[in-house]
Structures are given as C-alpha cells and as structure tokens.
Design a binder for this molecule. Sequence first.
Ligand code: FHN
Length: 583
Amino acid sequence: MKQFNVILIAFFFLLNGPLIKAQEKHPDIQWFKDAKFGLFIHWGLYAELGGVYKGKNYYGSGEWIMNQAKIPAAEYAGLAKDFNPVNFNAEEWAQIARDAGIRYMVITAKHHEGFSMFDTKISDFNIVKASPYGKDPMKALSVAARKRGIKFGFYYSQFLDWHEPNGGGNDWDFDESKKNYQQYYRDKSIPQLKELLTNYGPLGIIWFDMPGGLSREQTKSMVDSLHVLQPNALFSSRVGQGLGDYTDYGDSEVPPLPVPGAWESIYTHNDTWGYIAHDMNFKSPEEIIHLLANVASKGGNLMLNIGPDGKGNIPPYSVRYLRATGKWLQKFGESIYGSTYGLIPAQPWGVTTSKPGKLFLHVMNRPEDGKLLVPGMNVSIHKIMQLDNKRPVTWKLKGTDLYVDLPELSDKRNTVFVVAYNGRLKSFDLTLPLVVSSKYKLNTVDAVFAQRKGAAQIESLTYSHYFGDWKHATCVTHLNQVEDEADFKVRVTEPGDYKIILEYACPEASSKQEGILEFDGQDYKFRTLRTSAYDENEPLLFIKHPVSMVTVSHPGIYTVKIHPLHNGNELFYLKAVLFEPAD
Ligand code: FHN
C-alpha cells in the first residue's frame, strides 16, 4: 500500500493564499528559528554492537538492532557490563560542534532500547549503575556545550522502551496486549523526563520521539507539567497530539516548498542514526553544505546526526566533514543564521535565502557565461557583493530580471552573493515560471511545480533502502486517464535544441503504457519503462527517461503538458521534468 503524505493542501495554500505556517507559539522560539544548524547525537548501548549481532551485519538504523534481531531484553541488558566509553571527551565533542558552526545540540538520554545514558534514580539500567564507565556523560556535555554558546537538549523516547514490560514496542519478550502504558509513563517515562529537566541546567530543546499510549489530554498534562520545570525549553512536535513548540519533518525530509515558522529537517550523516561500524556512506562536505542551504532556502533548520561508537569516539569522517562545514559557515554564515526562506523558486544555479532587504544567492552551479539571471526582482537594488570577500559585483536590471556578472566562484560547492535592495519582494512568487537555460548542463523542473488537471495529485512518497533510513520523493501521481494532466510552465531563456527527460518511478503494472508530452503545440509520444514497485520498506527506483528532443525557436514562456495517451493504469510517479541543452 503506497504511503503518501499528501502535500496537496500546502501546495494549494501556496498557490492561492498565504504560505502555511509551521508552529511557532512559544515565546522563546526566535533563537531556534535563527539557529538554523543543530547537531543530533544518537549514542547508547547499540553503539557497543556497532551494527553486528551474533556475526550478522545489520544495515539502516543501527539503534534499532535490538528490535531487528529480536534480542531478548535480558540478554541485551547484558551489553551494559561491556559498555565503557573511555574515549568520551565532552570538551572535545562540544568543540567539534562549535567548529562546525552548530548552534544547538540534542543527544539521546534514552532511546527505544530503554538504556539511560544519564544518572537516573528511576531505573538501574543506566550508564552510571550498569556499566563499568560509572559516570554521567550528559552532565559534562551539557556544561561543555553551554560554555561554547551551544544550546543543549535531550532526545527522549517517551513511549517506545524495549527493556520494560510496559514500555511500547517489544512484542518479542512481552505481550503488547497486556501492557499498561499508563504505568510505564507513571513509573519511568515522566519521572525520568522530570530528572532530565531538573538536573542538567537550562535546556534548549526536549526532543520527544515516536509518541504513543497517551490521549491528547494525557499528553497535554505531561507537557504542561514538564514545561513548568523548563519554561524556556522547546518541545519537538514528536511529543505528539499537535502539542510541540515547533515542527519536525520526517526523517531525512525537506518540504519541497518554503514553510514559514519554526521547523526542522533531521538527517543522518551516513545511513544510520546509531553507530554502525560498516556504514561508511557519509555525506561529503558539499552534500552537507547543499543540504543546509536547501533546508534554509525553505525556511527551516537542519539538525544533522552523528553516531559515536561504543568507546565514545565520533566517526572521523563526521569530525572532518562537520569541521569543513563550519569553515564554509565562517565565510557564508550570514546567509544561513537568522535567515528565512528564499523569495524565488530554486533556479538552475542554486537556491536563495533572505533577510529583510537582502536576498542571498547560493550559487552552486555557475552559468557558462558567468551571467546569472535572478528573475522576479521587482525592487530597487543598491548593492550586490560576494559575501565572503565583500567584493562588489557588476549587475544590470532589465525589467524585473536581474543579471549578475559572476567572478570565478571562490567556493565551487556554494559561493553566496548578497543582493541589497529597497522595497519589498513578493513573499514567495510561486507563479514565476521555472527558468530553463542553455547555460546549464541540466535544468530541473520539480514535480511540486506542476499545475494539475483531472485526478492528478502531488504526493510525497516515503521509502527506504535498508531499515528505517527513510527517503522522500515528491511526485505527480494519479495520472490514469487522458484528462489527468501535469502542466509545467517554464521560461526558456535561450533558443536552441533541448532534450526533455522525464524522471519517474514506474511499477510493473504501469510499464509499457503510452503517454503524451505536449510542448509548443507539438505532441511527443513515449512509453513508460518499468523501474520498481512501490513498497515503503524497499528502494523506490527512478529512471531519467529521455523522451524527446525539442527545438525552441525563440526565448519565452512555454508549457510542458504530460498525460496518458489512453485511459489505463497510473502512468508513473513523476518526480521531475529535466531539460538538457543539446547544442
Ligand atoms: O525510531 C527512531 C529512530 O531510531 C531515530 O531516533 C529517529 C530520529 O528522527 N526517530 C525515530 C524514527 O523516526
């Protein structure tokens, strides 16, 4: 069964009304909205196993190994006697975060395994009492972080607890139908949360996760009682029942369009939250910088996760690449910290972020002739400069089209230029046609910009590769009938030949069906190619299928229309339309 998170409503509001807002009612929300870059740390007994149990290697979420391998709670608890993170160094961890340009840090106090990584009187299954380490790492880390101006917070799994007979989620040792969740909250979850909110100084965030077992009233009562202990702390939306102070998107999910208000995207650095020794798929500095810029261009924060090992070592690639990101932020941080979403749609050259009177151009893809087009600039511009060296650049405004003469990029990954202007740019002008230019090797028109007809929908498909390593693709779906159509308005800035490529996923039942791509009054037939079925626990495979060469005789606004040739099964899940200049 396809799991779609329909973003239709958001899209509708964007087109027809104010941008929808994420939550932001808490009086102390502003530091969070300005912070933009956080560090998530998943550290627990699972790090001791490192993704290996009884000679079998596990992939995906390493912190779920107890669940994946159905390790009996009593046997798993035995890991604690070998857990001795002697290399843990709070000052070093906090300095790495500081060097990375991190503004807040959230670490797992207790994950679903039920092991408490802090000094708790509620359960002996904790790092002080049950492990040879015998100390509380959280106290030292909270002090070291705060000393460096980094807000400190705890992740707490308030319902899932595979160690406890009344905790959620362990159906291999305990009968779920016989559990008393209320007792679990009364005896462990809430008392431990009170310890955390009492004993570790002023907290920035309590990051709840996987809510369950409580009604809205019970959740409200828990939230209210905890907020009394830390009135300034922000509670994540995964406290449940809509009672969080800001919005967390799904794992590794970024909304495809700007969302005002306080929200956060959370990503793993490799494919796992908790340490897996054989997961070496770390995002490069460029990938992190692009991810940070993309999330900020939609108006949110990126909290990037690291998974220290059982000895308290942070993986070397995480250390190196966090520090590399920090170096980029030292040069261009003004375009990220305190910014909000960009005011024009993503361009072939990159994305934008903004502050009052400033538009930051994140140039990740330099146009061949160095002339950068920024459309929709219906303002009075008084200065444009490169952000890191403050060197002014020349530019000209033709109507509302701003053309900036780019120097060679000082940072090929992302060089930021700032446009200072008077006047007011439209909030986010979604009606701006997407630019297609022969100055770039590839121009991408994302599904979220489709004007839909008939039953066509825009949906976010969630899937994974291994286990719990969630991925999301926003696609046009429900193209079954001839009248179901996805239209894309593009502005082609140079005449010439362009190859049109459709990027889509196509299950067997949809393959070998014919579709029509209409462009500039010409119909182009294509026949869908099978990629993979949709299963949220399997990879969803996409193909970049070249379907037609078109000749654009003059620059201008064109509409690409895509629909089935005949009524039939769903044509495919269309992720993007790509334009590749051919000459
Ligand atoms: O099940 C957890 C998972 O282990 C990890 O902590 C992530 C982080 O967002 N939260 C849950 C899955 O979404």
